[in-house]
Write a new protein. Structure first.
Length: 606
């Protein structure tokens, strides 16, 4: 009897102590066994009288097994039991499983009143077998079966899974919703290591369609589309893309009254945040065949056309002419190499000016790249520019193709400023004679007088002339290194041209400003700001995320005020681009001045 009384006493004492705890920390996951590239919901619950008094707890280290997708928000429940207030505060987070294995989610700790409160650790197992039920079709990631939990998800649709190196892959991210989605934001862009990425234009307002899957009706929309060009052979992975969606939720009522049918309208429902992620997609990249590879092949893959023209075929010596070589078609236009030219030695040739026109509409990447050369003939005669060739690999034909432009004939006549001795036909440029060797003319003016004892080799000018070749050689080496670095180091080339491109875009924006085209103006200003930052930091402009950019600014030690001004301008541009109302011209002028000022400051800081 005494032992029973003692046990009851101990039980009541423990219960009393637990109820007196000012704070309890509890963590949980929606499932302890999860498949690779699937979503995990992690919940932290703070309960007790002190739950309202502590800050949001820090998230534990997931040790590389889980990638953070976003927060699902915070909920709070307050109740009174026997006159005492009880608070339960819940934080919801979404993660993506990215690494196989078993790991332990560490305890979440919260400090209150100099006392540490901690949750229990959780064991989570991530395996490929857990995701085996989600098979994939040859050209897209398979959607989940339509059960009650699959009312909102995203698919990664690729046009092909086996490609050649540098062959374009069109990737479409399509959202499927059986619930009312009021908005979404991209929280994580897909990892595309081993690919060159080009963004494909999609409508600002995605087109919504109806689709039936397993007898369940979904609303679908293509929210992002990109073209990927694999830069090397082997197995490649297109990583998941994560979204955070605002989903409308209707409040259910038990009672039915006169106003129920009115207030059950979706307009009066609340919203909740839900994070979703697309599955990863594996791509098999085949190397380009070694057989029949042309000598002038430089890696271009696609379908192209070649055209070469000169602006004039009859010129004088020392008169410049323009040779334009245009390559057009579908493929990675930006990385098209310069064609090989065989220019006669009697021409002086300058580095070409490159112009790109890229079309990202229609679900493909197409366009043209023009190389404009300035040629200056130095000697008269008929000059021939041999046929210009360009070779590429056609993935449809699975073979190499060599294009050839016709031979160009230039008739060069002697210019007024060129002196060539007469008195014989068929003279080459090595046979030019100089007048004045056999007859000395009367001097019409005295020559320069020099002091007696003057020696030219003791003068400053003499030593300057001696040093001049050294300086010219050093300058030539530095210039060559600079040109080589521009052609070989993409990051360096983008950084060097960033300011020039940004100012060109601002000039276009100024023209739009004078025409009072608000939306186009702010779109061009935003393009100048994001393009400048992407070029300076060697980041992909397609789908540039503010959080990543802000983090990179911080790593570069950028001034906080300048960072704030930059993102404030970006937000202003986005707001005015999609705002239904118009703004004053003075406001647009102020935005233009601020954008130019910010870019100049960024140029100095980066």
């Amino acid at each position: 009897m005494k032992s029973k009384t003692f046990i009851i006493f101990i039980f009541l004492a423990i219960s009393s102590w637990l109820s007196a705890q000012p704070l309890t920390v509890t963590t949980s996951v929606n499932q302890n066994q999860i498949g690779l590239n699937q979503q995990l919901v992690f919940t932290i619950e703070l309960s007790g009288e002190a739950a309202q008094k502590v800050a949001q707890p820090e998230l534990p280290d997931m040790q590389g097994y889980l990638d953070f997708l976003g927060s699902g928000g915070t909920s709070q429940n307050i109740s009174f039991v026997n006159g005492r207030m009880s608070v339960a505060k819940t934080f919801t987070y979404y993660y993506l499983a990215v690494k196989e294995g078993e790991f332990i989610v560490p305890p979440v700790t919260v400090i209150y009143d100099n006392t540490e409160y901690a949750s229990k650790p959780i064991t989570v197992t991530i395996s490929q077998s857990a995701a085996a039920g989600q098979s994939q079709s040859p050209a897209s990631s398979q959607p989940p079966s339509s059960n009650s939990t699959d009312d909102l998800y995203i698919r990664t649709i690729v046009n092909k899974r086996s490609v050649y190196q540098n062959e374009p892959i069109i990737v479409t991210y399509r959202i499927y919703a059986a619930v009312s989605v009021t908005g979404y934001s991209i929280t994580k862009l897909p990892e595309t290591t081993g690919f060159w990425t080009e963004d494909i234009e999609t409508p600002q307002q995605p087109q919504v369609k109806n689709e039936m899957i397993d007898g369940k009706r979904y609303l679908t929309a293509d929210i992002k589309k990109i073209a990927l060009f694999p830069t090397s052979a082997g197995e490649k992975t297109i990583g998941p893309m994560a979204l955070q969606c605002e989903v409308r939720v209707q409040t259910s009522r038990r009672s039915r009254d006169l106003f129920d049918s009115f207030f059950d309208d979706a307009f009066f429902g609340g919203t909740t945040r839900r994070s979703i992620a697309s599955p990863a997609v594996e791509i098999d990249v085949k190397p380009l065949p070694a057989a029949n590879k042309p000598a002038d092949f430089s890696g271009a893959v696609g379908q192209y056309k070649l055209n070469a023209t000169v602006d004039k075929t009859d010129v004088n010596t020392d008169e410049a002419l323009s040779l334009k070589v245009n390559i057009s078609g579908t493929g990675n236009i930006r990385l098209l190499p310069k064609p090989r030219l065989e220019i006669p030695s009697d021409f002086e040739q300058y580095d070409p000016k490159e112009t790109e026109v890229i079309d990202r509409q229609g679900g493909i990447i197409s366009g043209s790249k023009t190389f404009e050369y300035v040629l200056v003939p130095r000697f008269p005669g008929e000059q021939r520019i041999k046929p210009i060739t360009f070779s590429y690999f056609d993935p449809v034909k699975k073979d190499y193709v060599t294009l050839s432009a016709p031979e160009l004939i230039i008739n060069v006549t002697k210019g007024a400023n060129q002196f060539i001795a007469s008195g014989g036909s068929g003279l080459s440029k090595e046979e030019v004679r100089y007048v004045g060797q056999d007859i000395r003319f009367i001097k019409l003016a005295p020559g320069d007088f020099q002091p007696i004892g003057y020696r030219i080799y003791t003068s400053f000018g003499f030593f300057a002339l001696l040093a001049l070749p050294i300086f010219l050689l050093a300058w030539a080496v530095l210039y060559k290194n600079h040109r080589d670095r521009l052609s070989e180091n993409i990051a360096y080339a983008r950084s060097r041209r960033a300011n020039t491109l940004a100012m060109k875009r601002l000039s276009k924006a100024k023209l739009l400003l004078s025409e009072d085209r608000q939306k186009e103006f702010y779109a061009e200003v935003a393009d100048a700001l994001t393009g400048f930052a992407a070029d300076k930091l060697n980041m992909s402009k397609a789908g540039l995320i503010s959080d990543e950019l802000e983090k990179e600014f911080k790593n570069r030690g950028l001034d906080a005020e300048l960072t704030t001004d930059y993102f404030s301008l970006i937000r202003t541009c986005d707001l005015q681009r999609f705002a239904p109302s118009t703004v004053e011209v003075e406001t647009m002028q102020q935005s233009y001045k601020e954008a130019k000022k910010v870019i100049i400051k960024l140029e100095k800081a980066l």
